[in-house]
Design a protein around this ligand. Structure first.
Ligand code: TMP
Length: 253
């Protein structure tokens, strides 16, 4: 098949033209970056895992009525999604203090927050995605007040869903980031969850051991990132658990 036309290449994904208007194809690369791409590595298998994991979460959200861009998975690394106009704001929801919030406000990592906290960051790599307020977003025309209200509401619904899914497999959802896009249905426009939901953009801690099963494994050199993502995928039932010693198929006596 002729290669589709590339629309955009990001740090972890490539977007290609879709087979019909209003759709695009998301290709998940094996690249891992952190600290605004200062740190980079190719982690074999990461793209395949994130393709499956994002499919899993987006399908679940669609099923409970939280609109997402996901249409269907095409192959190991690609999924068909609705084309959206991305709102240039990263929406972060935090349940437990960690990462930049702990650093900025001096709150010890692991402190449970009294309620989920929603933050906005302006999507601009050259500025290092600075935190902004709703005032900035409105004043600079990135979104209107009703969009921001809807974004907070969507983000909190994703938080409830993902927290529950993770709790069911022995994992705490510490925080996560989502991106939201606009779609136009005739005269109407709607906001839907876009981009990806994967351990690249969440913090996930094992409830019993505190083990990290997210991109902090790469950011902080804690071990093999693909192993952490495979553990998550296995617990979710997205990937089968390897049997035996992992060296190949076993002969049945
Ligand atoms: P932070 O503590 O570094 O601000 O990150 C908050 C959450 O957002 C965490 O789950 C990781 C995710 N995140 C991204 O997905 N992309 C980014 O560029 C950053 C900085 C964080």
């Amino acid at each position: 098949m002729a290669r589709r036309k590339m629309i955009y290449e990001g740090k972890a994904k490539i977007i290609y033209e879709g087979p019909e208007p209003g759709t695009v194809v998301q290709y998940f690369k094996d690249d891992a970056t952190a600290f605004n791409a200062e740190k980079h590595a190719v982690v074999e298998g990461k793209g395949v895992l994130n393709n499956r994991l994002s499919e899993h979460f987006m399908t679940g959200l669609n099923a409970i009525g939280v609109p997402t861009h996901f249409i269907r998975r095409l192959n190991m690394r690609e999924q068909l999604v609705r084309q959206v106009e991305i709102i240039p704001l990263e929406v972060v929801v935090r349940n437990i203090a960690a990462g930049s919030m702990s650093k900025r406000l001096g709150i010890e990592e692991g402190t449970a927050l009294p309620r989920p906290i929603v933050e906005f960051y302006y999507k601009d790599d050259s500025l290092g995605d600075p935190m902004v307020t709703e005032e900035h977003a409105i004043a600079f025309g990135w979104a209107q007040q009703h969009d921001l209200d809807e974004m907070v509401s969507l983000a909190l619904r994703v938080n409830d869903f993902l927290s529950g899914v993770m709790f069911g497999i022995g994992i705490k959802l510490v925080d996560f980031k989502i991106e939201i896009g606009r779609i136009y249905d005739g005269d109407f426009q709607r906001l839907i969850i876009a981009d990806e939901i994967s351990p690249d953009s969440c913090r996930l801690w094992d409830i019993e051991t505190g083990e990290k099963l997210d991109k902090d494994v790469f950011r902080q050199d804690l071990g093999n990132l693909a192993d952490a993502y495979t553990e998550l995928a296995t617990r979710l039932g997205v990937m089968p658990r390897k049997s035996g010693n992992g060296t190949g198929p076993k002969l049945v006596p």
